[in-house]
Design a protein around this ligand. Structure first.
Ligand code: GLC
Length: 412
């Protein structure tokens, strides 16, 4: 059966590979994630007071965009409105629960989009579909859906070309008729090239809820290859991951993932061709948390060495053992080695194993050379039939870059 081809916008999206998620809103001031409202059963009138102190004085869109760019991200997904219902954009009169009516008084989405455009990063808009603020959400759902569409229309019309929409919340009620087609028609009318994503949530991982969807989401999930044979269209995929245990700011959540966990999750996502979206959660006034910026910087250091594999490499038939695997571009195989230890000096290093000969099966390309991407060291290799064996040396003493990538050049 045939495998459908990606449309140009989906191919462009897959080429971006790595993105930065940003969860930020009124809730960030409460330091209880975006879900604090729900979990602690706030009264909306009480909760709304957070608007009176929302100055956004530390929100520096350019700094945020450069954090992403230096990490090797090619796009950002920012929460323009999260479940609390507060908009970081000028709703142009749809309601007064927006940034223009808070002390901040500036359209933060305008600043975000301008900074993205200035630095060549593609802006995406996260937008909630469920709403804890708007009474119509519970009382007059159809009317609420009109408000949601009008909100999205504002975002489509006022900020120039945007990369896509990232919806989230339909999982609040799978039985409801969300009229997705009408919502997506608004986007297709004004932003025909925008990617449309609608997170299917933790219980229905990677489900496309509507034919207009361009990419499915593995929320914190273990990504699996998508079954594309005979599918009506080519769907991309994305894995999103918080750096600690919450999406929104929590000052006392110190349960940060290690650089190793984050880099491996990125590589695991690309193994199945999924994009990787790593989350940061600015604090109440929009400042970037130092620990998060350091982790982003480390991702960037890794991407500077191996990013070519992430952007250009796509899943291929080659198989290896354990978590090691290969990606392929039109001129190279990228051999991804996990848990490679240092190659020598067993006296002073804790983890002095290294792989030695490592086999990749089902390689049909003729390889002319293999080298580590980080230092250009040439590696021995042997090809027998479809078996490519590579003499994987360990890290030179004094380096350890987590997942190490060797580039195998394919004969023209
Ligand atoms: C879940 C959470 C939501 C978060 C999203 C990010 O849907 O409910 O708060 O924004 O995941 O993937």
């Amino acid at each position: 059966m045939a495998i459908p081809q990606p449309t140009q916008r989906v191919a462009d999206y897959e080429n971006m590979g790595l993105g930065m998620f940003v969860h930020w809103g009124l809730y960030s001031q409460l330091e209880k994630d975006a879900w604090g409202f729900w979990i602690y059963q706030y009264d909306m009138a009480e909760y709304k007071k957070a608007m009176d102190t929302f100055t956004a004085e530390d929100f520096d869109a350019e700094k945020l965009v450069l954090t992403a760019k230096n990490a090797g991200c090619r796009y950002i997904v920012l929460t323009t409105r999260h479940h609390e219902g507060f908009s970081l954009y000028d709703t142009c009169g749809l309601n007064a629960f927006d940034v223009m009516h808070a002390p901040a008084g500036r359209d933060l989405i305008r600043e975000y989009v301008d900074a993205c455009n200035k630095h060549g990063i593609v802006p995406f808009f996260y937008h909630t579909t469920l709403d804890w603020y708007h009474p119509d959400y519970r009382e007059n759902f159809d009317k609420y859906l009109g408000y949601l569409r009008d909100s999205v229309e504002v975002l489509c019309k006022n900020y120039g070309k945007i990369g896509g929409f990232w919806f989230d919340g339909n999982w609040d009620d799978w039985n409801a008729d969300w009229k997705e087609g009408e919502l997506y028609a608004v986007i297709r009318k004004y932003q025909p090239d925008a990617i449309i994503i609608n997170n299917s949530g933790l219980r229905r991982i990677a489900v496309a809820t509507h034919p207009e969807i361009d990419a499915v989401v593995f929320e914190q999930g273990h990504p699996k290859p998508l079954e594309r044979e005979g599918a009506p269209k080519y769907l991309a995929a994305e894995l999103c991951l918080p750096m600690n245990d919450h999406w929104g700011y929590v000052g006392t959540d110190w349960n940060y993932k290690s650089p190793k966990t984050i880099i491996e999750a990125l590589c695991d996502a690309r193994r199945v061709g999924a994009n990787f979206l790593v989350n940061v959660s600015p604090d109440g006034q929009g400042g970037i948390v130092p620990m998060q910026s350091l982790l982003m910087q480390t991702v960037g250091d890794w991407m500077k060495l191996y990013g070519e594999a992430i952007y250009r490499g796509r899943p291929c038939a080659a198989k290896s053992s354990g978590r090691n695997y290969a990606l392929r571009s039109d001129d190279a195989l990228y051999l991804m080695f996990y848990d490679l230890g240092e190659g020598g000096n067993k006296n002073v290093t804790v983890n002095a194993d290294y792989f030695g000969w490592q086999a990749f099966d089902r390689v049909t390309d003729e390889i002319v050379s293999v080298e580590w991407m980080d230092n250009g060291e040439k590696l021995d290799f042997i090809q027998q039939g479809e078996m490519l064996s590579v003499g994987a040396t360990g890290y030179p003493f004094g380096t350890h870059t987590l997942v190490r990538v060797a580039k195998a050049i394919i004969k023209k």
